[in-house]
Design a protein around this ligand. Sequence first.
Ligand SMILES: Cc1ncc(COP(=O)(O)O)c(C=O)c1O
Length: 448
Amino acid sequence: MIDRQRLAECHAAEEERFVADHPRSAEMAAQARHSLLGGVPMAWMTRWPGSFPLFFDHAEGARFTDVDGHEYVDFCLGDTGAMTGHGLPQVADALARQARRGITTMLPSADAAWVGEELTRRFGLPAWQMAMTATDANRFVLRFARFLTGRPKVLVFDWCYHGSVDETLVTLGPEGRPVPRGGNIGPQVDPALTTVVVPFNDVAALEAALAKGDIACVLAEPALTNIGIVLPDPGFHDALRALTRAYGTYLVIDETHTICAGPGGATAAWGLQPDFFVIGKTIGGGMPAAAYGCTAEIATRINALISDKSIDTSGVGGTLTGNALALAAVRATLSSTLREDDFAHMIPLAWEWTEGVQRTIDKYSLPWNVQQLGARAEYWFCPPPRDGAAAAAAVDSELDAYMHLFAINRGIMLTPFHNMALMSPHHTLADVDLHSEVFAEAVATLLP
Ligand SMILES: Cc1ncc(COP(=O)(O)O)c(C=O)c1O
């Protein structure tokens, strides 16, 4: 439906406007290219639309201001890392207090037990450890699962994302063979040695894979959130839990993004029963912090293992992991935000955002869909997909880039490499309405 010539012309006009509006960011980007790979401190920052990234000056609540003085409604929120909103005073105060009292001692601080108890209260599992990132937490859990089961492999769903964990940077290749996900730099080994991949929502393929008896754990998001939002079919989670139990495979639920479903994530909202649970990004209010939890039965077995003084470098943990600053941030965050009341504000905003996008999809009868999961919503350029491959087939990088750049030029930031919007407790209905208008305007420019 989209005329590519017209799309290219519209994009060029937006790019011109972007460059004209952001001279200071352009200058900083040019300077950064002298010393930083790609001109940025982390590769993903090259992925924004526009010929250079915006440099931000300050961020507060649901907004940030760039170095040229433009303010944006931020629906990206650091791709979930700042879902609480930016610059929370309670987190800033806790960080300042703790920083003056010492950051890294490799000793537990007074916040440690509070954090463990709060994680149990929210997510249900009784025993916890910290990590710095969700990637690390997933890596540690995979080690425990392999150790406890004595099995070599991990099962993931096609087009999942669980961080830069080697075993999971895999998609389903021809004849069901796992292949390195496109763009994956330097895979350690042939992923077929470590990983089994099945389509999301495919119970028969899941059972066939588990029946081989070599899978230590299934690592799953409750809904796929990294290839658009792919919701589970009714009954899919019941089948997943029953089959993993039947075949002696641990179930690891990664709630790093699906915490958008509520204060206890989809696990609490949907009554899931994971053996291991992983959460990162949000829990530190923007500070790097992650955690993983396990059942009492697993805890009994791991407790003995991690307290064994004959074990030297176990492959689990890390020098700065569980540092006092991270724990202070987690305590300040979980005690003051992402609570029931906050979600009661955030989730209706995500409904409104979804409805706003749907109105335009309906108006032009576009073959697109918009999905919502709690405080998160996302549009995608195909009918609602049932699995990751269907969603991946609809990726349209040109259209993505245009929609994002059009939005940025009008004061709205969406998550790059998604069309995702996340609501924080600080967003307002006016922010959402602005997006609905800008989305409608962007689509109108492309259609006859
Ligand atoms: C579901 C999920 N798990 C884990 C991660 C990894 O998080 P991090 O990059 O903070 O390690 C991500 C990142 O997007 C994610 O979406």
